[in-house]
Design a binder for this molecule. Structure first.
Ligand SMILES: *Cc1c(COP(=O)(O)O)cnc(C)c1O
Length: 227
């Protein structure tokens, strides 16, 4: 399918989910995840109207960053980020969605030329293979990174398990939203925590109903994946 057609269908589903949950379309940012597709396919997404793009590897991010017109693109780094790669991405992205350790905050702080918007990644489902903080540790973690003045925590991010079990997905998203609310109550100056980055191709409708502000859609938008 061409991206225009895919996006039309996605927008309809987003619209339905917003209506169902009394939310506004303007409050949802679609991040087109282009990690497995070519520059050409990525251009197609941009032409279809996608202005936020997500990549999960620094080398692929840099390749696309260098070849595409960045005046129209807001880049999001959504994958696990090695400390030694921070300098390659930190000053070229709108947000990093995978802040999951103090050493990474420290490195971002060291390499950044200005304030960097970050989402703290939380492993809500507790799956071993997943990156992210244990939910119990999020508040103290965010408090601790207050000392890194260039790191701003704009929200929380999670990846839900691969399952068709809607109740389980809903519970994961509700947990993240509850945690974000608690964090917001703390009123840390460095952590406005307005946003929730949650929802992928399989589960973004549920994520929106549970409060997602940033949905990260790959396969349904630009798939089937081809390198
Ligand atoms: C690949 C990826 C996505 C998009 O996944 P799809 O299921 O293809 O929509 C979203 N978030 C992260 C962190 C990813 O790595």
């Amino acid at each position: 399918m061409d991206v225009v057609t895919n996006l039309k269908e996605i927008n309809q589903k987003i619209d339905t989910a917003c209506k169902k949950s009394n939310r506004h379309l303007e409050d949802i940012t679609i991040i087109g995840v282009t990690k497995y597709v070519t520059i050409e396919r990525t251009r197609e997404a941009i032409q279809a109207g996608i202005t936020h793009l997500g990549e999960n590897r620094d080398d692929e991010f840099l390749r696309k960053y260098e070849q595409l017109n960045n005046d129209v693109i807001n880049w999001h780094f959504i994958g696990s980020l090695q400390s030694r790669k921070v300098r390659d991405v930190v000053n070229n992205v709108t947000a990093i969605h995978s802040l999951d350790r103090i050493s990474l905050a420290k490195e971002i702080n060291k390499r950044a030329t200005g304030i960097v918007d970050c989402f703290v990644q939380v492993n809500v489902s507790g799956e071993e293979a997943k990156h992210g903080l244990n939910p119990e540790n999020v508040l103290s973690f965010v408090e601790e990174i207050g000392k890194y003045e260039k790191v701003r925590v704009v929200g929380l991010m999670t990846m839900a398990p691969h399952t068709e079990d809607e109740n389980m997905l809903r519970a994961v998203f509700q947990n993240l939203a509850g945690l974000r609310d608690k964090l917001k109550e703390k009123r840390f100056p460095h952590a406005p925590a307005e946003f929730l980055s949650m929802g992928m191709s399989n589960d973004y409708k549920i994520a929106i109903e549970e409060g997602a502000t940033h949905i990260r859609i790959g396969s349904e938008l630009v798939g089937p994946y081809k390198k």
